[in-house]
Design a protein around this ligand. Structure first.
Ligand code: ATR
Length: 268
């Protein structure tokens, strides 16, 4: 019997996840079917219950349902707990496991694909919404020298840092508080979606710094700014594929080779 998986979101038609998981399944010989399903904005839980009743084994969850998926799960991985959101569900006989593979996907893209070592580095994380929160613990686990969370609304960044108060190398503030140079600047804001550039100082990048925009599919003002100031740019396509590979690993216990899949999407 083919095992059924799906990604739930609203909207969902644009999702590349079915393409990615079909490629993983072909490559690893796993017998799965993965679809994109539109969940109604006011009835996510029902959409998941129906999928479970029809035999679904697991699901990915995207905007705007990651917090609802967290609430629906009956147990959580440590990284989902830290993220306060779930992008991967596994349906089990006695409940629903909620996991979050976004941060692991980002770290794997940085470390394994781009060759960026994070240990001892100064990281600037822009944004204090769900996208930023989801990657904080996995970044801290790489033992950077420091992580500064910067947000337009400074209070929100400060409150977010308090969630991880055990980590003394984590601090937060507004853009006016950004000082010194960083080895890695990550854009986890929604600014790129609107074609905006967060108000970064021109000297934010250290020598050989990386600029990572979680958005993919088009050049962003942030990556253009990074290039202009000598930083190496990376978009979020690798993170997209790596978070999917991590979910595939959670479900199937098999780790797909992501390089050909990233390559395929770049060429598409
Ligand atoms: P997500 O779940 O994708 O993180 P979100 O919770 O709406 O979405 O958060 C969006 C983030 O992008 C916030 O940190 C927001 O800053 P504010 O909290 O100050 O609103 C940030 N953001 C959105 N547009 C921005 C812009 N033009 N410049 C800088 N930050 C921006």
């Amino acid at each position: 019997m083919t095992d059924a998986y799906a990604v739930f979101g609203n909207p969902i038609a644009h999702s590349k996840s079915p393409l990615i998981h079909a490629a993983f399944a072909r490559q690893t010989g796993q017998d799965i079917l993965y679809s994109a399903l539109l969940a109604p904005l006011d009835n996510f839980n029902q959409a998941i219950s129906t999928f479970i009743a029809e035999g679904g084994r697991g699901a990915n969850v995207t905007v705007p349902f990651k917090e609802q998926a967290f609430a629906l799960a009956t147990r959580h991985s440590a990284r989902a707990q830290a993220a306060g959101a779930v992008n991967t569900l596994q349906f089990e006989a006695d409940g629903v496991l909620g996991d979050n593979t976004d941060g692991a996907g980002l770290v794997r893209d940085l470390v394994a694909n781009l060759g960026v070592s994070l240990a001892g580095k100064r990281i600037l994380l822009m944004g204090a919404g769900g996208a930023a929160r989801g990657v904080i613990l996995p970044l801290l686990e790489q033992l950077p020298m420091s992580v500064f969370i910067v947000n337009r609304t400074a209070d929100k960044a400060i409150r977010l840092a308090q969630v991880f108060a055990d980590h003394k190398n984590l601090s937060a503030g507004g853009y006016a508080d950004v000082s010194g140079a960083f080895d890695l600047v990550i854009n986890a804001t929604a600014a790129s979606l609107a074609g905006d550039l967060p108000p970064l100082p021109a000297d934010v990048f250290a020598a050989d710094a990386w600029a990572y925009d979680m958005m993919y599919g088009k050049d962003t003002p942030f990556l253009a700014f990074a290039r202009l100031h000598g930083a190496r740019p990376a978009d979020g396509l690798g993170m997209l594929v790596e978070q999917a590979a991590e979910a595939f690993w959670v479900w199937r216990g098999v780790r797909p080779d992501t390089a050909p899949v990233i390559q395929m999407l770049r060429c598409a």
